[in-house]
Design a protein around this ligand. Structure first.
Ligand code: NAD
Length: 336
């Protein structure tokens, strides 16, 4: 099987490619990534010279590049590439529409033209909007995105759905809650707190810190995407989440306690505009129909994640200094 993974130099995409490479050594994997600020070639250094792995440097919205890869005979697409940070979407929404909407559309169109047998659209629970104190998102919850990021992901999901309904492209959509784990860019809450605390710097928390997220270890998300790829039913949506609701301030306190750092590092800052209050996922469908269940308990997953950042300071220090964007990325330039 030949699998095109998009956004494989990012957090979840790189963890997924490492998983796929380990679990299916005979698969051929092509990673198409633009290497934006969020793409880090160091994430896949360990398989860089594997004969079954190839990196192509390019934009998913560049149809010529996408077509040239699909023309090689791609069996499945697993689409992670995205602009993914809500704060950046508030600053620059156009970039989010370019990648998340136009880029997804170019991939869908090329997949349709080349008869791809499976297209996994990796989405997010943020497309459902915000919950009150009770209730869970199910696959039937209406889409009500509140940020330019989630609106652009919702747009991509609706295009993906339309390619199934209109053209019969075998699209499967997954919507996962917040991920944590190794190789997450340190602008996101958990690696931000760990790396700042390690350097005894202030740790900012938005608003009152009581926003609730449903946390899932990235390996558990990758296992769910693997199931969706191999056993998901075309046209279906699968919610993925770990029943792990925590407030942001609780997460920050746990990390500080684990690292032996004082809570005086915490600084409450002005809230993000349109900040969703609570996300929580009902994952009954993927559990019951595909047999998925998370392996990590939150406490042990968080501890292992903290240990990873403690043991790999060069990884995040090279991001901090900007050095991660220089040098050989070990790939080919997409042909335009
Ligand atoms: P990330 O920001 O860490 O990585 C995104 C990757 O996409 C980077 O390698 C970047 O270089 C690449 N990219 C960006 N624009 C591109 C373009 N135009 N063409 C090609 N490559 C491009 O993101 P992540 O956290 O790994 O998220 C991956 C996917 O999972 C996203 O679609 C996101 O919406 C979804 N998701 C993320 C979470 C989470 O908690 N991080 C939760 C649910 C769903």
């Amino acid at each position: 099987m030949k699998v095109l993974v998009t956004g494989g130099m990012g957090f979840i995409g790189s963890n997924f490619i490492l998983h796929l490479h380990r679990a299916y050594p005979h698969y051929r994997i092509i990673n198409l990534d633009l290497l934006t600020y969020a793409g880090n070639p160091a994430n896949l250094e360990e398989i860089q010279s594997s004969p079954n792995y190839r990196f192509v440097h390019g934009d998913i919205a560049d149809r010529a590049i996408v077509d040239s890869i699909m023309a090689e005979g791609v069996d499945a697409v697993v689409h992670f590439a995205a602009e993914s940070h809500v704060d950046r979407s508030i600053e620059n929404p156009l970039r989010f529409v370019h990648t998340n909407v136009t880029g997804t559309l170019q991939l869908l169109e090329s997949a349709r033209k080349h008869g791809v047998a499976r297209f996994v659209q990796v989405s997010t629970d943020e497309v459902y909007g915000s919950l009150g104190p009770d209730g869970l998102f199910t696959e039937r919850t209406p889409l009500a995105p509140n940020s330019p990021y989630s609106a652009s992901k919702a747009g991509a999901d609706l295009l993906a759905r339309s390619y199934y309904e209109t053209y019969g492209l075998p699209v499967i959509i997954t919507r996962c809650s917040n991920n944590y784990g190794p190789r997450q860019f340190p602008e996101k809450l958990i690696p931000l707190v760990i790396t700042r605390a390690l350097e005894d710097r202030e740790v900012p928390i938005y608003g009152d810190g009581l926003n609730v997220r449903d946390w899932l270890h990235v390996d558990d998300h990758c296992a769910a995407v693997d199931l969706a790829l191999h056993r998901g039913v075309p046209g279906e949506v699968y919610n993925v989440g770990g029943n792990n609701e925590r407030t942001n301030v609780d997460i920050v306190r746990r990390i500080l306690a684990e690292l032996g750092k004082p809570e005086s590092l915490i600084r409450f800052v002005q809230d993000r505009p349109g900040h969703d209050r609570r996300y929580a996922i009902d994952a009954t469908k993927i559990r019951e129909t595909l047999g998925w269940s998370p392996r990590y308990r939150f406490d042990e997953g968080l501890k292992a994640t903290i240990e990873w950042y403690v043991s790999n300071p060069e990884w995040w220090k090279r991001i901090r200094s900007g050095a991660y964007r220089q040098g050989d990325h070990g790939g080919t330039e997409g042909a335009t």
